[in-house]
Design a protein. Sequence first.
Length: 129
Amino acid sequence: MIADIRRMLEHYGFTGEDLTRARLDFRVQLLEEETHEVREAVGNGDAPEVVDGLIDVIVIALGTLELAGVDVDRAWRRVMSANMQKQRGQKPGRASDGWDLTKPPGWRAPDHGDNVGRLPNIFKGKQNG
């Protein structure tokens, strides 16, 4: 998947431009818009739009990580490894009917401290360098 994301970013020339704080904020806004569209599609019972919207969320999220210089594969492995240590259950306060994952005692979140790409510089107002 990430190879497809890279091809798309290169095709549209995004890889040659800096990911600024404003552009990062814009991409987060896109994620929110797509999530809203998925909610609407679910409410309308529109299966094709649910599929399209969920894929768009993935494309935007992976593209944003790639543009920020994050090693997506490494981050993915860490998150999945941590998620596989969780337990199926129901988090208090959520009406999940048991379709949730809960953190058992001693569970540790993945550490991405060495894999944040250029995000610290973006937050400091510096460009991709």
